[in-house]
Design a protein around this ligand. Sequence first.
Ligand code: SF4
Length: 79
Amino acid sequence: MEDQEWADRARCRGVDPELFFARALHEAKPALKVCGRCPVKEQCLEYALSHDVDYGVWGGLTERQRRAVGRRVQLARVS
Ligand code: SF4
């Protein structure tokens, strides 16, 4: 079983999950603010990238921002 102990320390615990699934970037800002001071942001982003999580704010990034990061990681692997 995967270790997700980091999720217990997530700053978004108890925050309305709807906040993290906004459609537009400006609507995602409140979620991004929560993530900004999250002690497990790195682990959360790593989880989202390694599990191809398509929707929502994870690790302080929107889905669009994560896709860009994912592409850069792929390019770095082939070069
Ligand atoms: S980085 Fe954001 S979405 Fe991830 S655990 Fe922290 S507060 Fe929640």
